[in-house]
Design a binder for this molecule. Structure first.
Ligand code: SAM
Length: 242
């Protein structure tokens, strides 16, 4: 049986009873970083000397899964833990789920702490949203994705690192100075900070920490934009009976 186990995004008290129980009963723990998981187990006073740890992260997961015997996951309690929050959300985990689906391995996902959802609720924005995770770091890929975010008719949720948060804010100032955004820094931690306002009015003094950026939906474009083919295929108006 495979269990995807969420871990706190800052506040140790956010670990759930179910997550603790799964950590305790796992005989094998796949971890994004075994050092981070062992530190957590120490903080939770969970004895891990009889557990097997397997490091599985974005750079080696394909290789590990190619060699992994599905029987192990069928016969043992196996857990997957990323460094923080929900596995599979801007973190490894989805490939292990696909592996379980392919080999008919029973699996479950324990719900738990997640920075995107926590920031969305804190933002006070209401309605449909799209989770983008991290934008590409640079070049035309970043420009393309950023334009998609800005033109979206839905609320956008982005993850950003302390090294790039200022760059992102400057890009938004240039493109959408009057849009309302919400920034959440260090969620659930001692220095949790919320900032909401029009992009042009936001200045951050201390970029250090983990960031979620929530961007309100864009205005509906009032110009009709159809491709040539779409125009040709428009239904003709019915003739009124005389
Ligand atoms: N799996 C995690 C989750 O469920 O939220 C996300 C992991 S992703 C590699 C790490 C990014 O999530 C950070 O760079 C930051 O953008 C966001 N993040 C994680 N913890 C956070 C926190 N306590 N406060 C604000 N953002 C956080």
């Amino acid at each position: 049986m495979l269990t995807l186990i969420p871990t706190p995004i800052g506040n140790l008290e956010d670990i759930s009873k179910r997550a603790i129980s799964a950590l305790k009963t796992s005989e094998i723990l796949f971890c994004e970083d075994t050092r981070v998981t062992k530190k957590l187990l120490n903080l939770l006073n969970i004895d891990y000397k009889n557990k097997e740890f397997i490091s599985m992260h974005s750079h080696n997961e394909d290789k590990i899964l190619q060699k992994l015997d599905p029987e192990i996951l069928k016969t043992k309690n196996v857990g997957y833990v990323s460094d923080a929050g929900m596995p599979g959300i801007s973190d490894p985990g989805s490939k292990l789920v696909k592996f379980a689906q392919k080999h008919n391995i029973p699996y479950t996902v324990i719900p738990g702490p997640n920075a995107a959802i926590t920031a969305f609720v804190a933002s006070g924005f209401e309605g449909e949203f799209i989770f983008y995770g991290f934008l590409p770091h640079k070049g035309s890929e970043r420009e393309k994705k950023l334009n998609e975010v800005i033109n979206s008719q839905k609320i956008s949720i982005l993850y950003e690192s302390p090294h790039r948060i200022e760059k992102l804010l400057n890009e938004l100032k240039e493109k959408i100075p009057n849009r309302t955004i919400f920034l959440a820094k260090e969620l659930t931690k001692l220095h949790e900070t919320f900032i909401k306002g029009k992009v042009k009015d936001i200045n951050i003094e201390n970029t250090k920490g983990e960031w979620v950026v929530v961007i309100d939906k864009g205005e509906k474009a009032n110009t009709l934009s159809l491709t040539y083919d779409e125009i040709l295929n428009l239904p003709l108006p019915k003739k009124e009976k005389s």
